[in-house]
Design a binder for this molecule. Structure first.
Ligand code: HEC
Length: 178
């Protein structure tokens, strides 16, 4: 009898458990942390089309910018597609490769990213936070968008360009407008 009651209680407990929502997995928490860090670090400003022009195209979130930053003598650097698209994004990169690019500027093809990409600041990310960002980037929808860059100093620009000018050159442009 005691045994019967016990199994009835256990059965009720199991039924109650089965109707509870599944507990959030560690991955969900890691991805949420990554999303929070990506938002704070402003990755979208330089990696979502339209963002630097005042209206980010959220359907192509982190799908690559349409504005390049010109560094005199070095070229024009464009925030790349960070979505898991295998052809145009970083879908074929491992989490460790994403972490290395963020913290050391080194990409899997051996290039060192321009410091326009703020990897010197991001080098301070802890392992846990850097892996959380990588996990979030792997969780977002893939966007098929091949964006330009880097564009060499003698190549033709194919994007909007944010240019660094000496004050004299800038002032001369303003004067020409008058
Ligand atoms: C101020 C603009 C800016 C911000 C903010 C920024 N990036 Fe970048 N990022 C760039 C530019 C520009 C490049 C390309 C640099 C180059 O080609 O040398 C780049 C390249 C990258 C790359 C290499 C992609 C590839 O295909 O080569 C990764 C990964 C990356 N950024 C991740 C991030 C993440 C994650 C954040 C936020 C934590 C972030 N970036 C914030 C501008 C930015």
């Amino acid at each position: 009898m005691a045994r019967l009651m016990l199994s009835a209680t256990l059965g009720a407990a199991l039924t109650a458990f089965a109707t509870l929502p599944p507990p959030a997995s560690a991955d969900d928490a890691q991805i949420a942390r990554g999303q929070y860090l990506v938002t704070l670090a402003g990755c979208s400003d330089c990696h979502t089309p339209g963002a630097l022009l005042g209206s980010p195209d959220m359907k192509r979130y982190l799908g690559g910018s349409d504005v390049g930053f010109q560094i005199p003598g070095a070229g024009i650097f464009v925030g790349q597609n960070l979505t898991p698209d295998k052809e145009t994004g970083i879908g074929s990169w491992s989490s460790d490769q994403i972490v290395a690019a963020m913290r050391t500027g080194k990409t899997p093809d051996g290039r060192t990213l321009s410091p326009v990409m703020p990897w010197p600041a991001l080098s301070h990310l802890t392992d846990e936070d850097a892996q959380a960002i990588a996990a979030f980037l792997k969780s977002i929808p893939a966007v098929d968008h091949k964006n330009a860059g880097p564009i060499g100093p003698n190549e033709k620009a194919t994007v909007f360009v944010s240019v660094t000018l000496p004050a004299d050159a800038y002032n001369a442009m303003q004067a020409a407008k008058k």
